[in-house]
Design a protein around this ligand. Sequence first.
Ligand SMILES: Cc1cc2nc3c(=O)[nH]c(=O)nc-3n(C[C@H](O)[C@H](O)[C@H](O)COP(=O)(O)O)c2cc1C
Length: 207
Amino acid sequence: MTQLDLTRLAPMDRYKLLTAVVIPRPVAWVTTMDRSGRVNAAPFSFFNLFGQDPALIILGLEHHRDGTGPKDTARNIADSGEFVVNIVTPDLVEPMVETAAAYAADVSEPEVLGLELAPSSLVAPPRLAAAPAAIECRLKDTLRYSPERDIVVGEAVALAAHDGLLDTERMHVDWDGDYPVARLFADRYARLEEIGRHTIPKPVGQR
Ligand SMILES: Cc1cc2nc3c(=O)[nH]c(=O)nc-3n(C[C@H](O)[C@H](O)[C@H](O)COP(=O)(O)O)c2cc1C
């Protein structure tokens, strides 16, 4: 058994180990808008849903590793209080990864990469039209446990989905086998086709 005291490791070593142990992680392909209306897109896998009342979405936004401060996404969320989480299916992995390149702050990734946008319903930043589902969020809190990162807590206020994905009578989502991708570590991703074939009933009497 190898036993490691994480508190004694360098942060980057903790990052490498923990992001390879806590897998898979979903990917939020986040669109935001800057003060001049320019739309930014970037992926984040420090991301998940943390409840439904209120419906909380949390993002872990690291600052640039070269010490140049917050990423465009963090700055835009701090300025506007709004963001959209676009869900990534396998066909969208390549354009999603391209939006993670180091574009200058005054460059709109959707514009340079030719990604079509569609209007949101309750927030100003648009969604990415190709994403099958998009969650519109309003900033609730920003937690700053260290100067190099923001933990953004947003409230999910609207959900947009391609036709056929949502069954709003039963409140079901029908991915029809084309599930969102899961990030493993570094540049590895997993497909979730096995999902749905493997069911385990909840224990009787679970609270
Ligand atoms: C799949 C994937 C997941 C990522 N997850 C994160 C993350 O959780 N936090 C983070 O700060 N950066 C993450 N990144 C890196 C950002 O996407 C990258 O720094 C991007 O350029 C930020 O763009 P922005 O400055 O336009 O916000 C991830 C990159 C990829 C490809």
